[in-house]
Design a protein around this ligand. Structure first.
Ligand code: BES
Ligand code: MN
Ligand code: ZN
Length: 495
């Protein structure tokens, strides 16, 4: 999908479909008024007849209206201006692109910039680009006969007045973000027998080949052994697929500038190991690498934007399988940090691979480290599927991430990380145990990670509830690529 910005009038712009808004009670937006006038009152006639009410997110397509250069007009209900908010704005944009993708139009022109839609133009533009790209996303690449690709290939954001100068930059960044989400969704949706640790490593190598600014390296199990990553390696013991530790280094500015490090959980399938998960919905544990996928998607996005920032993406990746060699409950392992861990539940494996990756991250002398993980079912109980859980050892960093989440409509919620929770991880036999009991499950998981991140500024995003959708609409969401990308854009702008 391509995007561009243009100044023009809705009646004279030639394209497959021109989009204009109608408010509640049939009040026409500026663009709709111009179309109505040029089209011999065709729109107001439909309002009078009751075909158009302006109900929020309703749509109506008109064909070949005399006096209008575009082949079609798509009217979109904007509802009551007073009731417009982020949620309804996103719903309106989704409905717009659902309707557009259902027409054979190859290109479309939107006049959202004149509508306001309750938010500033940049915000609407970003959400529109994401909605357009999501509408074109297909998850049928594994079917023997994949369906046809979306026909809509080009979207123009037009305005009556000269568009603001910075809009083109915002649009370019939004497109890169949406493409990054696409990559994260593609990887997330692939089944565990295709998207193995080796496959993820290959994808990271491909990313490094595509972008001159990204350098990818892959460590093998023998390398991890040498580094003393006993915790990470304990998770992969039951699997026949070799574990990998992927590093993607992006240098967008002076190499001396400390990097921001992103660490993504890459369990390509989580059976639970010897602490085997119940069978129902276990297929969804192919999504246990969505943290890793979001790191790849974000690396691609920032390289596309040529952000002036240094960022390192680290992905520890393996399977969590039960077999004769698999780690058993009660086993004690030594992490790269030297701290010993009593593994009381082999299903709490995410923290076991992350802790060694987080120790390894220090090697890059980081400014900030952020890990992203589908870490706990408890996080879904706490926050549902709306917000990701945010934990941090630095208040300012937490605030920056919350702000990026709001700006990108990919929100997180700040959870506590007080020392008071640490005692739940005390073990009689090792420095710590890997589970903290039923209470505050997402917090004790984060508290476990906090024991390995004392030397730098760190945040943890638990995306168990937000990385994918279950049920009829099962599929990866591409989150939190928008949040991470927005945070990095903000960081690059600050310098
Ligand atoms: N990958 C899961 C967390 C998960 C479960 C994410 C369901 C999304 C949906 C993680 O490895 C896990 O199994 N966590 C356990 C931890 C427990 C054993 C302390 C959990 O949440 O049940
Ligand atoms: Mn698990
Ligand atoms: Zn897991």
């Amino acid at each position: 999908m391509e995007f561009s910005i243009k100044q023009g009038s809705p009646d004279t712009l030639k394209c497959g479909c021109v989009v204009a808004g109608v408010f509640a009670n049939g009040k026409l937006s500026k663009a709709a008024q111009i179309l109505d006038k040029a089209g011999n009152k065709a729109i107001s006639a439909l309002v009078k007849a009751g075909d158009i009410t302006g109900k929020c997110a309703s749509t109506l397509v008109m064909h070949k209206v005399p006096g209008i250069a575009a082949e079609r007009i798509l009217l979109v209900g904007l509802g009551d201006t007073k009731e417009l908010n982020e949620k309804s704005s996103v719903e309106i944009l989704r409905a717009t692109f659902r309707a557009l993708h259902a027409t054979p139009a190859k290109d479309a022109t939107l006049f959202i910039t004149d509508e306001g839609a309750g938010k500033d133009t940049a915000w609407v533009l970003r959400q529109a680009v994401i909605a357009a790209t999501e509408g074109a996303y297909r998850s049928d690449n594994m079917k023997s006969k994949p369906g046809t690709a979306a026909t809509l290939k080009h979207v123009t954001f037009a305005s009556l007045e000269k568009p603001a100068a910075d809009l083109a930059h915002i649009l370019k960044k939004a497109a890169a973000t949406a493409h990054g989400m696409d990559l994260a969704k593609l990887l997330g949706n692939l089944p565990g027998n295709v998207c193995t640790p080796s496959y993820l490593a290959q994808q990271a190598v491909t990313l490094g080949k595509k972008h001159k600014a990204i350098k990818t390296t892959v460590l093998e199990e023998k390398d991890m052994q040498k580094l003393g990553m006993g915790s990470l390696l304990s998770v992969t013991r039951g699997s026949d697929e070799p574990a990998k530790l992927i590093t993607m280094e992006y240098y967008g500015t002076d190499k001396k500038q400390k990097p921001i490090v992103l660490v993504g959980k890459g369990i390509t399938f989580d059976t639970g190991g010897i602490s085997l998960k119940p069978g129902a919905e276990m297929d969804e544990m192919k999504y246990d690498m969505c943290g890793a996928a979001s790191v790849l998607g974000t690396m691609q996005a920032i390289a596309d934007m040529a952000l002036k920032l240094n960022v390192v993406g680290i992905v520890p990746t393996c399977e969590n399988m039960p077999d004769g060699r698999a780690t058993k409950p009660g086993d004690i392992v030594t992490s790269m940090s030297g701290q010993t861990i009593e593994i009381l539940n082999t299903d709490a494996e995410g923290r076991l691979i992350l802790c060694d990756a987080l120790t390894y991250a220090a090697k890059f002398n980081p400014d900030t480290v952020i890990d992203i993980a589908t870490l706990t079912g408890a996080c879904i109980i706490a926050l549902g599927h709306v917000a990701s859980g945010l934990f941090s050892n630095d208040e300012a960093l937490a605030q920056e991430l919350l702000k990026a989440g709001t700006e990108s409509h990919d929100r997180a919620w700040h959870m506590p990380l007080w020392d008071d929770y640490q005692s739940q991880l005390d073990s009689n036999f090792a420095d710590m145990q890997n589970i903290g009991g039923r209470a505050a499950g997402s917090i004790t998981a984060a508290s476990f990670l906090a024991r390995f991140t004392k030397d730098y500024r760190w945040a943890h995003l638990d995306i168990a509830g937000t990385a994918w959708k279950s049920g009829k609409d099962k599929g990866a969401t591409g989150r939190p690529v928008p949040l991470l990308t927005q945070y990095l854009i903000n960081r690059a702008d600050k310098k």
